[in-house]
Write a protein that binds this ligand. Structure first.
Ligand code: NZQ
Ligand code: ZN
Length: 386
């Protein structure tokens, strides 16, 4: 094991009626002025807005609404939220949504307390914000696990970068599977695939030794694969849904990363694909993963071979390590097809004239990836994905 420090600041309330049972107690600790942040309006259609507003009103809060946080949230939207928070002297932010709302609010909470541009502060001056508006989150779309960490992925449209910024941890996260039952099935599957990707990206890091985190990770991957299939077979089953929600949180709450070097090269590439195309995150990962992994085969053979056996149930008898590694990539690619995720950019509706060269050239190269990629090789990978 590498050395590590582990402590966790996010209190999780998991299960049906979690908001009715716990939100009032949490709000009692918060100031009077609450910013209620959400996306394009799904919560107004499925009743979640009315339920939460009832709890906020009963708690005597003055509510300001921050509306219309888009998928792949922009830096301009962060600034809009920070301005709203300052003007209304917001004491507490309640974020309600998926990864996009959750991420946007993390940076709103930091920017509202910072007297300079947070992008410059973090990227040019290498600062880490230390003051935040306290926050809570009600998750309505799962997959990213964003509720469990303080990283946020924000699209700076002028700079053409979709990049991580560091903000606040949520004080609490409410995970009620019932709130996610209205998610479109396409989003359920792309979100769950994102969770699988987080587990794989964590697992692939190099140099590596197999430790307890890996074995928990293998169980997490098996669980996600099994429950994606179960969800497709029975979309209304709240039990399989709740498994996927907790697996998403597990994949990003730091436990799988304990004592590990992580990879996340596929994520860095997908984020820049998102900066140039505004594509769905989980779908982008589904197209990129098998192609990128074929390029990583020689360097990541031990990781891939172990996953073939431990996660994908491939019989190792009579097979070399390299054959097993190939079998892992084949199994992953077949699974992506089986669950109806796209396998090419064309299927995602990404236009042929997208500047793939610029995407490759602006992608962060990660130190923990088993293979040290160059921008040229990433460009070739993008070409193969068309
Ligand atoms: O905006 P509304 O109307 O609410 O609709 C949303 C949105 O269209 C809809 N939705 C959410 N809950 C719903 C629902 N529709 C019906 N019923 C419900 N209960 O779902 C759509 C997608 O939501 P979004 O938040 O964009 O999706 P996701 O959770 O996949 O988040 C994606 C963002 O998270 C970032 C991604 O890059 C992307 O920007 N990520 C954040 C990470 C982190 N901070 O740890 C890690 C990830 O790797 C990822 O990069
Ligand atoms: Zn992701």
């Amino acid at each position: 094991m590498n050395s590590f420090t582990y402590s966790y600041p996010v209190k999780v309330y998991f299960g049906e009626k979690a908001a009715q049972n716990h939100l009032a107690n949490e709000l009692a600790k918060a100031g009077d002025n609450v910013l209620l942040a959400y996306g394009g309006g799904s919560i107004r259609k499925n009743g979640v807005y009315d339920e939460l507003m009832g709890i906020l009103k009963a708690a005597g809060k003055t509510v300001t609404e921050f509306i219309g946080i888009m998928s792949n949230p922009t830096y301009a939207k962060v600034q809009e939220g920070a301005k709203l928070a300052r003007e209304n002297k917001i004491d507490f932010i309640l974020a309600v949504g998926g990864g996009s709302v959750i991420d946007c609010c993390k940076i709103v909470s930091a920017q509202a307390k910072l007297n300079q541009d947070i992008w410059d502060y973090e990227y040019a001056q290498h600062g880490q914000p230390t003051e935040f508006i306290p926050m809570g989150v009600v998750v309505t779309a799962f997959g990213t696990g964003a509720e469990m960490n303080n990283g946020a992925v924000i699209t700076h449209t002028k700079k053409m970068m979709k990049s991580p910024l560091w903000g606040a941890f949520y004080d609490f996260a409410i995970l009620d599977p019932a709130y996610t039952m209205t998610m479109p099935m396409k989003q359920v599957i792309s979100g769950a695939f994102d969770s699988l990707s987080h587990s794989m990206e964590t697992y692939m890091g190099s140099p590596r030794e197999v430790n307890l985190s890996d074995e928990i990770n293998e169980a997490t991957q098996r669980n996600i694969i099994r429950n994606i299939r179960a969800t497709l077979a029975n979309p209304d089953d709240i039990q399989t849904r709740s498994e996927l929600i907790w697996a998403a949180a597990m994949a990003e709450n730091g436990i799988l990363k304990i004592g590990k070097v992580t990879d996340f090269q596929c994520h860095m590439l997908e984020h820049q694909l998102g900066a140039y195309t505004d594509c769905n995150h989980g779908q982008g990962l589904a197209v990129l993963h098998p192609v990128l992994y074929r390029h990583m085969l020689p360097e990541a053979t031990p990781q891939f071979a172990r996953l073939a056996v431990e996660v994908w149930g491939i019989d190792p008898s009579g097979k070399s390590e390299s054959e097993l590694a190939n079998a892992f990539v084949d199994a992953l690619a077949a699974f992506i097809k089986e669950i109806g995720l796209p396998t090419t950019f064309a299927e995602m509706g990404i236009s042929e004239d997208t500047d793939l060269r610029a995407i490759a050239d602006t992608t962060i190269l990660t130190g923990g990836c088993a293979k040290k990629f160059t921008a040229d090789e990433l460009y070739n990978i993008l070409l193969e994905c068309r």
